[in-house]
Design a binder for this molecule. Structure first.
Ligand code: AOF
Ligand code: ZN
Length: 366
């Protein structure tokens, strides 16, 4: 076995998978390359839920030549009948000699069965090549398939002193063009975008993607305990994109009807006070919302963080200071008394995004 060659082909499979990020819904991104005697015979990527898996496309391209070939695949081949038949049977039928897998499939319906089935059929299987890359690419899928809860990424854009607008509310623009472009890619890569009603009332945003490469518009989720959403808001009148409003039982019945008639989906979570965010995440998961980009104001960001519902944090900082006690900040919540109680991030990384600084990491809830 030539490890360098294996890496070369697995990298190709990972690159192809990454390009489909954002368009597979609650399914993972997966790439596959079929190789024999130094020649690539087939390549494939899973492009859309309900359509062919990566292995099926690649083996289809390789045809009869796949006999005796090595199949490189970024995720364990599936062993179950989902919307499509099991890929491991397809690989066995094609008489492949060897399968190299980057990472196992955490889907409880697969979870190792794909690999054992291939081995039982006499195929040599290597698992774990470039595993970390594959797992990172599918971090949203990995959470959703095991918990049925959406993976939540929080994104903020603030000044160095943590302000998302000036004391007068001016926020155009905090960060530069490169960071703003990256945010549109992030919107594409999540199934939904979530904001609080305060943001809608203040800015009347459309919450769509306007990236320089074609991008899918995420479902819009508005957290609105008292159902204050105006029927004339862009998120209501522009019916090209789905809008879900999270509210409580005390929402006015007539208002509910008006918004429902306008095509808005109303999800009730909690009976008094504020929206019960934990329950809301369960309900959104049941609606097959597998990932959410949270672009809330400080109050919603704070409430989501306090409830332990944020999986990943991406903070864009413009290298400027605006000041002002009344200027809104990235997180507004009661806060902790002791520094030792602060929520820490792990796997922190720092990169430049044009002239802005991008800090990302994963909060650890203790
Ligand atoms: C693979 N190759 O390319 C993908 C896999 O409902 P289905 O038929 O689309 O199956 C979805 C499940 O199959 C998904 O939850 C995951 O476990 C696996 N995805 N497996 O072998 C692929 N997309
Ligand atoms: Zn499959």
């Amino acid at each position: 076995m030539d490890v360098l060659n294996d890496e070369y082909y697995m990298r190709l499979a990972l690159t192809m998978a990454a390009k489909a990020s954002g368009q597979t819904g609650i399914n993972p991104v997966v790439g596959c390359v079929v190789v024999k005697e130094g020649r690539i015979l087939g390549i494939g990527t899973h492009l859309k839920r309900g359509t062919g898996h990566a292995e099926v496309h690649a083996l289809q391209m390789a045809g009869g030549e796949a006999e005796g070939a090595t199949v490189y695949v970024t995720l364990e081949p599936c062993s179950h009948f989902g919307k499509t038949p099991p890929c491991c049977e397809r690989i066995i039928d094609a008489k492949a000699a060897r399968v190299v897998v980057a990472s196992g499939d955490p889907n409880p319906q697969v979870a190792g069965r794909g690999i054992s089935r291939l081995r039982e059929a006499g195929i040599e299987v290597t698992v774990g090549l470039l595993e970390a890359e594959s797992q990172l690419m599918n971090e949203k899928f990995n959470k959703y398939i095991t918990s049925k809860l959406p993976f939540v990424t929080l994104k903020t854009a603030s000044t160095l002193d943590g302000k998302i607008a000036s004391k007068t509310g001016d926020s155009r623009w905090v960060t530069g063009a490169v960071a703003r472009e990256q945010v549109h890619t992030l919107r594409h890569q999540h199934e939904a975008i979530m904001v609080g009603i305060g943001t809608v009332l203040a800015d009347d945003p459309s919450l769509t993607t306007r990236a320089s490469v074609p991008a899918i518009h995420p479902t819009r989720i508005i957290v609105d305990s008292e159902l204050r959403l105006p029927p004339g808001a862009k998120v209501v009148t522009d019916r090209t994109v789905r809008t879900i409003v999270l509210t409580t039982e005390r929402a006015d019945a007539d208002k509910r009807q008006t918004l429902t008639d306008a095509g808005v989906e109303i999800v009730i979570s909690g009976n008094g006070g504020k929206v019960d965010l934990r329950e809301a995440m369960k309900k959104l998961g049941a609606l097959e919302i597998g990932s959410i980009l949270l672009e809330g104001g400080g109050a919603l960001n704070g409430a989501m963080l306090e409830a332990g519902l944020i999986d990943k944090i991406i903070l864009y900082y413009a290298a400027k200071i605006i000041g002002g006690a009344a200027a809104p900040g990235t997180f507004t919540f009661e806060g902790f008394e002791k520094m030792a109680d602060a929520i820490e991030l792990e796997r922190v990384s720092v990169e430049m995004a044009g002239e802005d600084i991008c800090v990302s990491g994963y909060p650890v809830y203790t």
